[in-house]
Design a protein around this ligand. Sequence first.
Ligand code: NIG
Ligand code: FE
Length: 405
Amino acid sequence: MTTTLWRNARLATLAPLPGGEPWGWIGHGALLTEGDTIRWVGGEAALPAGLQAERDVDLGGALLTPGLVDCHTHLVYGGQRAREFELRLQGASYEQIARAGGGIRSTVAATRAAGNEALYAAARERALALMREGVTTIEIKSGYGLSLEHEARCLRVARRLGRELPLTVRTTCLAAHALPPEFDGQPDAYIDAVCAWLPVLHGEGLIDAVDAFCEAIAFSPAQTRRVFDAAQALGLPVKLHAEQLSDSGGAALAASYGALSCDHLEWLSAGGIGAMAAAGTVAVLLPGAFYFLRETRLPPVRTLRDAGVPIAIASDHNPGSSPGLSLLLMLSMGCTFFRLTPEEALRGATINAARALGLTDRGMLQAGQRADFAAWDLEHPNELAYWFGRNPCRRVVAGGLERDA
Ligand code: NIG
Ligand code: FE
């Protein structure tokens, strides 16, 4: 395995360092990688004497951070929903459009109509856009197929992205996203079907986690519970779209299953926060959906922080509520809308986002972690949340290999 010494960098390691420096800061740093793993990180002056690396890369004083992790996306779908955007601007609400059969259902129709290659090509373009900003790991949810055949097709597209791009892809089955037309008026029968599909999808190796949309316009806590029981029986971790439009107690329910994350959370209650803190569930905030749906209710960031709940931020890329492809913009919005600090925002898109996917091998620059990192043309890491509409990413290393995007 090739060993590489990456020298002359300023490191925001995000690791707990002995001095407790903010950002895990190492001013004149170096990093040794072996294959896809980081073997050593520290000050360049402290490099072990006699250390021999096959390659030596001078990073020219660049700022280095862990590779970014987008822990909540719906990247695989057909069509787009710009017309719905126009209707919402004229006063229609997201809920009204969903109840009138538009919304998620219109994307389901477009997704089912799209061929495998078209679905793959569109999702690939989106993944490349995220990657250009230093993203090295993404989660991709299904949820626009809503039948065994079409959920499987979307999940296979997600797996193929992970095979063909220099990017880690984690897949989540979100079959319990909306009621498909063929189950109109029969939500419980649809949940029965979803529970029967999970072992099949899992048997094909298509799922890393199971998600549901617990909301008045989607599925009830009791229906969510049934999906989670089916996931648990397969040993699959769960996560939940919870408390986005109302407080249905979904977060506490998910936490009782040891959920990896609860996502959205604008209406999260104190009880939900306590349950998440006790279970170690990550709070994934989605400022893109908050912005695009012109929400006004803020997630309870201060209480989450005080309760010690790890906070992540993600793009929630999807055609209905967050058609954005910039995780850096989410860092900016996480600070301006939700009052995260820039350091919390970066942790939210690295270490805490990795935890929201159940990954402990990435998110920090530390010996033993996966060699995923990004070099930025910036003076200070707080600039990652400061600029918007600018991409300061200069180089990306994923699994120890430098890639183009
Ligand atoms: O995460 N909340 C549910 N699902 C998506 C929106 C899906 C859509 O409108 O197509 C979300 O915001
Ligand atoms: Fe989502």
